[in-house]
Design a protein around this ligand. Structure first.
Ligand code: CA
Ligand code: CA
Length: 450
């Protein structure tokens, strides 16, 4: 029962609380951050917590000096904290600890207002011209070429300079409560020892998708700009982040040449010989392609690389690559999947020379999803899959042998032994039925105390 006294106390609390909440500028000094936020920023990856704990381990920018510890609230401040020049920041190896406060938009121009796709376009590019020129009915089913395609490529380069934020080695980026990175790619390329935590990544998008007429039977629109790309780097920890397309879902995009105009690429792609990555407690929602590990079937420098651990992540309403693996020894344990819808394709992609070890994952599926289709063979030969549970529709949760279901429905069969056993696991592996109880509430941004 609400009494006048309680009402008065609530009002008093509101008034006492108001000045602290209003003095926002104070919080931009790292020294003024709450202890919990400074504690989070100073954390290294715990020992044995997945592949990123291998070798020298992952400390990020936890040892940053005072002058390289910043709170950033804009794209310009983020670039400044990373070293001052987006064109050269990838080589700044000085330890740096960066807190993101509020929303940082990759499209934010020099004056602070967001740039439009038209402003980033090369003068020679217009989508209407591109569609007219490369319509398969006019151009045939061959790759676009010539001045318009060249202008599109120049446009992509313009956008790359703007929305791709280059991260150097020995960096920690941590979100304060509610922090968002929108329309932006974190590029971790030749930058080892990087930690990214407690951030919501919203709608990294490509203003200039490419028409690929020979990709699939009917062609595809393909985009660049992952939410996080990890390339040629080691010891990277991606923890407690949320990845979403926000209010720009694929379902809202038009169709051109009979195919969806796809402006989104991956959420977290680990490619180009990167290795020793741990992705833990992240929430991947509402994207098509989520986690590509290895981007080429070429048997070469990716061999014995691409080692990734995925644990306690939530994959919700996403369509494919959860993950898709080439070459790497990839440990996928205690993840929760909520999958379905007409466009769902597959969860675990078994690619060339991949060594997936999937243990005690929980799959909540729409009734229309055939459990035999949770695996997809992209040229692999075997995986270890054990302890999976499935709940379909409103039915009971039950143990399921995904690999046996796959092999019963598809040929050639996949073997049952990935050829290795993970040892870098910090916590005891939970039985799959317990996974939704912990991952559902605790995965994603804004779950850690800051
Ligand atoms: Ca990608
Ligand atoms: Ca078979």
């Amino acid at each position: 029962m609400r009494t006048p006294l309680v009402g008065a106390m609530a009002l008093a609390l509101l008034l006492v609380g108001a000045p602290a909440a209003a003095s926002h500028s104070d919080s931009t000094a790292p020294d003024r951050l709450p202890w919990s936020a400074r504690h989070l920023g100073g954390q290294a990856l715990p020992e044995r917590d997945g592949w990123a704990a291998e070798g020298v381990g992952t400390t990020g920018g936890s040892a940053a000096a005072h002058d390289r510890t910043r709170v950033v609230r804009s794209r310009a401040e983020l670039v400044d904290a990373l070293g001052g020049d987006n064109a050269t920041n990838a080589t700044d190896a000085t330890p740096k600890l960066i807190y993101v406060d509020g929303t940082v938009d990759g499209f934010e121009g020099a004056d602070g207002t967001p740039l439009t796709c038209a402003e980033l376009a090369d003068p020679g590019y217009r989508l209407a011209d591109y569609l007219a020129a490369y319509d398969p009915a006019v151009w045939g089913r061959v790759a676009p070429a010539g001045p318009l395609e060249e202008a599109r490529v120049r446009s992509v380069a313009n956008q790359t300079r703007q929305t791709q934020i280059n991260v150097g080695p020995n960096t920690t980026i941590v979100g304060l409560r509610g922090a968002r990175l929108t329309g932006l790619t974190l590029m971790v390329d030749r930058a080892s020892n990087v930690i990214v935590r407690n951030l919501t990544f919203v709608d990294a998008r490509d203003c200039f998708p490419a028409w690929s007429p020979t990709d699939g039977e009917a062609g595809n629109w393909n985009s660049q700009f992952d939410q996080i790309s990890v390339r040629r780097s080691e010891n990277v920890w991606i923890d407690h982040n949320t990845f979403t397309d926000g209010d720009n879902p694929d379902s809202g995009q038009p169709t051109y040449f009979g195919r969806p105009y796809q402006v989104h690429d991956g959420s977290l792609d680990v490619t180009h010989t990167a290795s020793l990555v741990t992705a833990s407690w992240n929430r991947f929602t509402g994207r098509d392609k989520v986690l590509l590990i290895g981007s080429s079937n070429t048997v070469g420098p990716d061999v014995d690389r691409l080692k990734v651990t995925l644990h306690h992540n939530l994959f919700e309403g996403v369509l494919q690559r959860l993950p898709r693996v080439r070459f790497g020894q990839v440990d996928v344990y205690n993840n929760q999947y909520r999958l379905g819808g007409d466009d769902f394709e597959y969860a675990l992609g078994v690619g060339v020379q991949s060594a997936l070890y999937a243990e005690n994952n929980f799959f909540a599926l729409d009734p229309a999803v055939d459990p035999a289709d949770l695996l997809h063979d992209w040229g692999g030969t075997a995986l270890t899959e054990r302890g999976s549970w499935i709940r379909q529709g409103d039915g009971p949760a039950r143990p399921a042998d995904l690999l046996a279901a796959y092999n019963a429905a598809h040929d050639p069969d996949l073997g049952t032994d990935a050829g290795w056993t993970p040892t870098l696991r910090r916590d005891p592996v939970l039985p799959a039925p317990l996974v939704p109880l912990v991952v559902g509430p605790l995965a994603g941004a804004d779950r850690l105390p800051v």
